[in-house]
Design a binder for this molecule. Sequence first.
Ligand code: ARG
Length: 461
Amino acid sequence: RGGALWGGRFASGPSPELERLSRSTHFDWQLAQYDIAGSRAHAAALASAGLLDPDELTGMLAALDALSADVDAGAFRAEPSDEDVHSALERGLIERAGAELGGKLRAGRSRNDQIATLVRLLLRDHAATITGQLVDLIDSIAAQADRHFGAIMPGRTHLQHAQPVLLAHHLLAHAWPLVRDIERLADWGRRADSSPYGSGALAGSTLGLDAQQVAHDLGFSRVVENSIDGTASRDLVAEFAFVSAQIGVDLSRFAEDIIIWNTREFGFVTLHDGYSTGSSIMPQKKNPDIAELARGKSGRLIGNLAGLLATLKGLPLAYNRDLQEDKEPVFDSIETLEVLLPAFTGMVATLSFDTDRMRELAPQGFSLATDIAEWLVARGVPFRDAHELSGACVRAAEARGGDLDVLTDADFAAISPLLTPEVKSVLTIEGSVGSRDNAGGTAPVRVREQLAALTARVRDI
Ligand code: ARG
């Protein structure tokens, strides 16, 4: 009866409808090599416990090596009668080692502790891949910040002109969340560094197997403290899906900036031809599809997290088959990010910025009004009054149909004798940006330090 792992108490095999519903090999096959690695470690633990003699261990490992090579070559594949990757690989092992030896491997383990362990192994590898891709993206942001270091742009709140900022400062504001995402993955990795192998179905095993040895062989530092928790919890999978969703959200916010900057109205950036798309009907079009896909895929990443949490909510201990539903969402999140991140990095690395356009717009929209108020405060005026006076300057300029630069010395004096001609010294975007030199501020001297700090932080990853 195919690869079924039970039979003794069953008078009939599974119905075709059940087989179809139950089958997971189309998505859990990517765990095959992790399953075989787990089997190697488990065979060694069986041998240490005296449950496999040295010849049997040698034969078992040889059969697992052959199976591993056949999996890689595509010579061994799942059959429709195989329920999941574990049952398929047991079938493959028995085909290679014989029923007598091959049938010994299952002692003291369950697919419940296997699957919980293998998913951790897979997620750990992808955490490393995604971390590397995030580092590449951060590097490309840092390189653009460095390349356009002196450029000044309109900083916005509520999407309205607020205060001028360095383009580098704005770009780096998209890098720091990604640094925190990398730190989230590293922190997740510390929690995921414990092996459920040996938890069995839920209660552990009578066979005296050394779970620490298995953990060590698989690259884990320790063994889970509780076999029920080890087999039934999926918070680590959900947490991985959360970090993936957060990365998606961080990318989508950057993407939205790029989409807006790329409009004719903003005109801040031009996309490289290799990282933008055309239209099938409108010959002039050059669309920011990578940014739009990043924005769109963030919804999918959030959905994967929400779906997984919904699956876990209210599940009784210990293992329930519902838990099989953890894999497709998190595998999809991984695939989504690993395809998206390199494209996003290419788009960012090849963005060309129209810094003249940014510079022209930076002082517009009365974006230097706060500088007038703070200039007054530095001369002893209470901020409440300074705010009023600066607001009066905006009103006067607006009545004139212009920006703050239309105001003459006489205009300022008419608003308040406190507004001496020296006020004009802060009415330049360089002066405005340069004077915001607090820690984390947009002054070039601080942004230089910030860039160095970012580079150092990424180098330490
Ligand atoms: N394919 C299952 C999963 O992914 C394997 C776990 C064990 N199955 C079982 N019926 N106990 O969760």
